[in-house]
Design a protein around this ligand. Sequence first.
Ligand code: PBG
Length: 335
Amino acid sequence: MRPTVAPTPISRFRRLRRTPALRALAQERVLSVNDLIWPLFVRDGVAVREPIASMPGVERLSVDLIVKAAEDAAALGIPAVCLFPYTDPSKKTELCEEAWNPDNLANRAIRAIKAEVPEIAVMTDVALDPYNANGHDGLVRDGIILNDETVEALVKMALAQAESGADILGPSDMMDGRIRAMREALEAAGHKDVAIMSYAAKYASAFYGPFRDAVGASGALKGDKKTYQMNPANSDEAVRLIERDLMEGADMVMVKPGMAYLDICHRVKTEFGAPTYAYQVSGEYAMIKAAAQNGWIDGPKVMLESLMAFRRAGCDGVLTYFAPEAARAIRAGQG
Ligand code: PBG
């Protein structure tokens, strides 16, 4: 029950906004470096950094430089990085075998980071799109995305990542039943402490555009992902998906995209109280960067305000391409 608010002048809300000290005392939420997960794009080669045009400031890095990035992240206090591979088109097939190759780019990067920067948590992406000749997250037959066959492939992929030392697996594929299948396979293989962050409420969103450029899936993708990713009009369905994935063995749940879905973040955290994360996706990042580059908004301020919004909505953390920039700003006392 909400207590009655006394009318002005008995209450004057501006009393607690008068000075920085009073505002600090009255602040309800904080944004901390501990809340950040930094997504990184891995490519082959040595000492290669390749800018991504639609994501200013973000680069694809070869494994040696990914290790450097993880070192920087750890030095800033960022608790986790999340790896996405840019796979050479020659390795993309209809059956996506490269996805569970123990020596694929993602798995090599996991091992390299865990060898050099063991204290940082490494999160992965479990989905077939970086390896799929047709750009989809699942196996395709006659234009249909196959659910159960895809789950089998994803389990192989997840096991290879766990074997490489991943701390958190991130299934982003939206197939039904994959969390349970992965959880059972992990238990059976002795990987009982590998966590799963389910992309449980993932919407079929146009905000992913720049990411598909970054992993080289834009050109490959035939059609759209609406038969497996969610309809942006739905909210009850998100709650049911989150509940299902928690029941199947997810330790953490994610809502994606972020800013346009803060109502979902809030509902999910309020209804389940589970560790809840949002993904501030590539298109959200690109919009803020582009407007800032044009001088239309104050980029660093909008960045921090957008990240605070996730905390206010109830998220425990945020996957964001701003992670190092935000960490530096927070450490400088601007957060
Ligand atoms: C695909 C995947 C996507 C993102 C993360 N994993 C794109 C998609 O579903 O098409 C998007 C991330 C971003 O836009 O930053 N498995």
